[in-house]
Design a protein around this ligand. Structure first.
Ligand SMILES: Nc1nc2c(c(=O)[nH]1)N[C@H]1C(S)=C(S)[C@@H](COP(=O)(O)O)O[C@H]1N2
Ligand SMILES: [Mo]
Length: 400
């Protein structure tokens, strides 16, 4: 810690003094008696660590189709290790040889173009940290049967440093015609999943990504090329990108009509609700974990919003009766996961832990009742209500 926050340091040390498990000794542990292991070309985690894993839910009818969830409860900071990025595939993970792959741009452009991945790599590159989240994250909580762990309820979100080329650069190369209003992006997987994206977003911060946390994209994340549409529901970030069709109207594809549209209280479906609104969740302590008796605990979790930056996160330890502001780990980035931290002295009694965030537009994460009052009980995607964890006197943590 190079620049300790003095006030926080004092409160933390005072609280830690209550930790009964710290023993006092004045000897460091013994150093290794012999020379250590060899180096290895590609590193691996310590064998002493319990390896965090994704939880997979495949459709039995078609293996590879379904989703796997990020173990949010086991991770530190805000970057999801690539092997733990959540997955959502509509037709499994295709195996694509970049030497055989091409991206076609056609439609309302001056000159249709194809690019190999190697040609895309030659453009000026751009790296930025963004979250990616499936629009269907947390649907179990809306339905009223919340899953037992944060991985199961909120695990369709991950945070990554993406590297690629701004889509705007590639579109400029092809020359957009004035009537161009939408781009229909299509994947090379078996489902040839396609989504329509308004041209403004394509020219704003959308990336054609090929890098993930400093390495090439993982096959599951869309190798060799994917769209990354920051802050919008994950479905529009088309993986294994093979075609961009520039047009003056949306395609009205299956994934933007039958799916990924929300049912409103009046029975009409709302389409093209792209932005992921502000949300937060406590990842520790969370469902399935247990506390080892009264004393100091750091409550921590993640918050994010597709609208821009998170302005504040508040934490309640009494089921929403009172709230206090949590510390936000800096830097707070635009459309990225933000970690919040809150020191808590547990008195050993039943407690209900909640977090609630506010974004820079002033929008505050709603309660489940507020959400249902405005959107109705069947809205489906884009559920972002406040999440509660129930800490019982025996130290167990359950969903509420
Ligand atoms: N070609 C293609 N693109 C796709 C999908 C897909 O099945 N095929 N799934 C979409 C959905 S629903 C989501 S939430 C994100 C998931 O990206 P990830 O698997 O890298 O987390 O990719 C989107 N892009
Ligand atoms: Mo999704």
């Amino acid at each position: 810690m190079r620049k300790p926050d003095r006030r926080r340091f004092l409160t933390t040390t005072a609280a830690i003094a209550g930790l009964t498990s710290c023993s006092s000794k004045d000897q460091p542990p013994a150093a290794q008696a012999s020379l250590g292991a060899h180096m290895r070309p590609y590193g691996e985690p310590s064998p002493y660590e319990q390896q965090p894993v994704r939880v997979i839910r495949e459709l039995t009818a078609s293996k590879g189709t379904g989703s796997s969830r990020t173990p949010l409860q086991d991770l530190y900071g805000t970057i999801t290790p690539s092997p733990l990025h959540y997955e959502r595939h509509h037709a499994g993970v295709p195996s694509i040889d970049p030497a055989q792959h091409q991206l076609l741009i056609h439609g309302m452009v001056d000159k249709p173009l194809t690019f190999t991945p190697a040609e895309i790599h030659r453009f000026p590159s751009f790296s930025r940290i963004y979250f990616l989240e499936c629009g269907g994250n947390m649907v179990g909580d809306l339905a009223g049967n919340p899953p037992p762990t944060v991985q199961a309820s909120h695990g369709l979100v991950s945070g990554t440093e993406w590297t690629g080329v701004p889509l705007a650069t590639i579109l400029r190369e092809a020359g957009l015609q004035p009537e161009a209003k939408w781009i229909i992006a299509e994947g090379a997987d078996h489902s040839r999943m396609a989504r329509s994206i308004p041209i403004e977003k394509c020219l704003d911060d959308t990336l054609i990504a090929y890098g993930q946390n400093g390495e090439a994209l993982r096959p599951e994340q869309g190798y060799p090329l994917r769209l990354l549409v920051p802050g919008w529901e994950g479905n529009v970030s088309v993986k294994w990108l093979r075609r961009l069709f520039v047009t003056d109207k949306p395609a009205m594809s299956v994934k933007e009509t039958a799916y990924y549209s929300e049912l409103r209280p009046d029975g009409k479906a709302e389409q093209f609700s792209f932005v992921m609104e502000a949300r937060s969740v406590i990842t520790k302590p969370s469902g399935g974990q247990s506390l080892q008796g009264p004393g100091f605990y750091e409550i921590t979790g993640l918050s994010w919003t597709g609208t821009g930056k998170i302005a504040k996160v508040e934490v309640s330890t009494d089921g929403g009766k009172s709230w206090a502001e949590a510390k936000l780990q800096q830097p707070v980035l635009d459309k990225a996961l933000v970690r919040f931290l809150y020191p808590w002295q547990w008195d050993g009694k039943d407690a209900v832990l909640q977090s609630r965030c506010t974004d820079e537009t002033g929008y505050t994460q709603p309660t489940r009742d507020q959400l249902i009052a405005t959107r109705g009980p069947h809205s489906g995607y884009h559920y972002n209500a406040i999440k509660s964890w129930y800490v019982r006197a025996d130290g167990s943590v359950k969903h509420v």
